[in-house]
Design a protein around this ligand. Structure first.
Ligand code: ZN
Length: 652
């Protein structure tokens, strides 16, 4: 008497990827509904409504892409070969702010699903905005997905504040909590894009609904350094202190973690996701995967977003993981093919806290499986001597295009390389259209330094006009003596050391950008505090009143990044560094307030003194009046205007 089942796959080389790595050279998989009911030499025990002969093919679990940002398929190839901060803050985030809407996310995710199904992935872990659109697209394509609604300290495309994004996450989780394919999650983006309060609130939310928490941890050495500086400890202990590990964490990257931190991840039951391509492409390093696995950490493999990879091919990713562990460890026995494939299946599912549902072919688990043709030219011949040889074939020689059939939750998503749940032609046309619009947006922005400056944000445009005059100072003492005159009142005095980097552009209409670091000095010349600012100066003088010039300063912002960031982002044609000791007085003279700057040059023109007198103005008439008083003041200070001295002391 045979047991009835819905579907029987027979004569397959079955890789169960279970704990014992059981394989069946000519085995069967029996499926009823969405569930695997039997695996092994069971063909004769079952009576199936439908039987498929898989002779010459491998049947194995669908691959688990344990970390990605699926909708970013639409940003694939947009900006490459850039440093992480320039790439993320200069390109990805501004474009996302302008374009990411629910329709964008839906389209991008469908495109990602098509690509993932084609390459044998049945389950993915996502983190993005408008996560409802991700969940709907994934469920529509029939894929299993852990969907993390992003929480950030910055305004995001779908939320103006973190409180908003947190309540979005709460509603999202509530809506999808009991879906058969979708596991909702909260996704605090990373410790450096979140506050400690966000980390704690996210962990509490995940606990309240008993859902995973998806985040990025210890991706770059810089992040770890910054954590040490700000919190006095590296990333993992810091987030542990914020009680992040009270939740079931899925931590992407963990590139820069020491053994103690690995043990913390293990004892917290956190899943770690290795993203070898993304980490290589962004120059972040290589995660100590072999060590983590040795310590028992559940490490899966992810492609990361297609904007940093640039594809979602888990075959490539798994092969790279296996090769990289050998290369960086100087040990060809590190991460054998079998273990790498386990990371891409069973362990990946465990890392996502979905180990009971998917990741291996075992009775009771969901029917998430793929059929792979291993009889292609690039994968023959076949040796039977070593049973582990089949893993080598899959990891080192098989290609994602060898995946013939894909099933998720008992439903076929691809048969004989034909997609059944997604319309690729439609996606192709719609994606081309989005690319055209993004291209136009960036082409326009890249033409303007001001637009680029506004794109990286943090401050609003702020225009100011000032009249100013520059001069060579006779001597510092002469200036000080003049400031003691009765008809001149010193309101404030300050002393600081200034480091300026000027960026110049080929098109003079772009103006010039100044990155300034001020160190405020006390009476003894000790540094009290420091600040960095970025100023975009207008292309040229607006007007001149004799030797007094009217200038327009177009944009002033606190400089949140390093000069290196700005250099790589703005790509100036030339730059110049100026260092000086500046005495600054705010004085009242003839009813007008002026700033008097006495600069003792350190470089260039070491030892020389320059004098600058300036005042804010708001109309041409006002500027003209002030110009006359400025010249009078300058004379009292014992100097004469010198128009050859320019901002940045360039033309000397
Ligand atoms: Zn990521």
């Amino acid at each position: 008497m045979r047991t009835p089942c819905d579907l029987l796959l027979t004569h397959a080389h079955v890789l169960t990827m279970d704990d014992r790595f059981t394989t069946h050279a000519s085995g069967a998989v029996a499926i009823t509904g969405s569930t695997i009911v039997a695996v092994g030499e069971v063909a004769t025990q079952y009576e199936a409504a439908d039987t498929i002969d898989c002779h010459g093919r491998v049947v194995m679990p669908g691959l688990v892409n344990a970390h990605t940002h699926a909708a970013m398929t639409l940003l694939r190839g947009l900006a490459d070969d850039l440093r992480l901060d320039v790439w993320l803050l200069g390109y990805m985030m501004p474009v996302e702010r302008a374009f990411v809407r629910p329709e964008f996310v839906a389209l991008g995710t469908k495109l990602a699903c098509a690509e993932m199904i084609r390459s044998g992935t049945t389950c993915f872990a996502d983190m993005y905005y408008f996560e409802d659109a991700v969940a709907e697209a994934a469920a529509g394509a029939g894929m299993r997905a852990l969907c993390g609604q992003t929480v950030l300290k910055f305004p995001a495309p779908d939320a103006v504040s973190f409180e908003d994004s947190l309540s979005l996450a709460r509603e999202f989780i509530g809506r999808w909590k009991h879906h058969p394919l979708i596991v909702p999650a909260v996704a605090p983006h990373a410790p450096y894009t979140c506050t400690d309060e966000i980390l704690r609130a996210s962990a509490r939310l995940a606990q309240e609904f008993d859902v995973p928490l998806h985040t990025h941890l210890a991706e770059t050495a810089f992040e770890v350094e910054q954590s040490r500086r700000e919190h006095g400890m590296p990333v993992i202990p810091w987030v542990k202190k914020q009680r992040l590990f009270d939740a079931r964490v899925v931590a992407a990257h963990c590139v820069h973690v020491d053994e103690g931190e690995m043990r913390d991840l293990k004892s917290a039951g956190a899943g770690v996701v290795h993203n070898p391509t993304s980490n290589l492409k962004l120059g972040s390093g290589v995660a100590p995967v072999a060590k983590m696995l040795e310590l028992g950490v559940a490490v899966g493999i992810g492609t990361d977003g297609p904007a940093s990879n640039n594809d979602l091919d888990m075959f490539e990713e798994t092969r790279l993981a296996a090769l990289l562990a050998k290369g960086v460890g100087g040990d060809p026995t590190a991460l054998p093919a079998r273990d790498a494939l386990a990371m891409a299946t069973r362990t990946g599912a465990r890392a996502l806290h979905l180990g009971a549902v998917t990741g291996s072919l075992e009775p009771g688990k969901r029917a998430d499986l793929i059929v792979v043709d291993i009889d292609r030219t690039h994968n023959i011949p076949r040796f039977e001597r070593d049973p582990a040889g089949i893993y080598s074939q899959i990891v080192y020689a098989a290609k994602s295009s060898d995946v013939m059939d894909v099933m998720c939750d008992g439903r076929w998503l691809m048969r004989d390389r034909r997609l059944l749940t997604v319309d690729e032609d439609e996606l192709r046309a719609a994606s081309r259209d989005v690319a055209r619009r993004i291209d136009a947006f960036l082409i326009e922005r890249e033409q303007s330094v001001l637009q680029k400056l506004i794109a990286i944000g943090g401050a609003s445009e702020q225009e100011s006009f000032e009249v100013q005059v520059k001069a060579r100072a006779g001597s510092a003492d002469a200036v000080r003596r003049a400031l003691e005159r009765d008809d001149l009142t010193v309101i404030r005095a300050a002393h600081y050391h200034q480091f300026d980097t000027y960026f110049f552009f080929d098109d003079p209409n772009q103006g010039r950008l100044r990155y300034r670091e001020d160190e405020f000095l006390d009476e003894q010349g000790k540094v009290l505090n420091a600040r960095a600012r970025l100023t975009l100066t207008g292309p040229s003088r607006e007007a001149a009143f004799g030797s007094v010039l009217l200038f327009r300063s177009r944009f002033l912002a606190p400089a949140a990044h390093s000069p290196r960031f700005y250099r790589e982002y703005f790509k100036p044609a030339r730059e110049r560094e100026v260092e000086k000791d500046r005495r600054r007085w705010l004085v009242a003279f003839r009813g007008v307030q002026f700033y008097v700057h006495l600069d003792h040059m350190v470089r260039p023109h070491a030892g020389e003194h320059f004098l600058e007198v300036k005042s804010r103005t708001w109309s041409r008439r006002d500027a003209q009046d002030k110009a006359a008083i400025i010249l009078e003041l300058l004379e009292l200070l014992g100097a004469r205007p010198d128009e050859a001295i320019e901002e940045g002391y360039v033309e000397l």
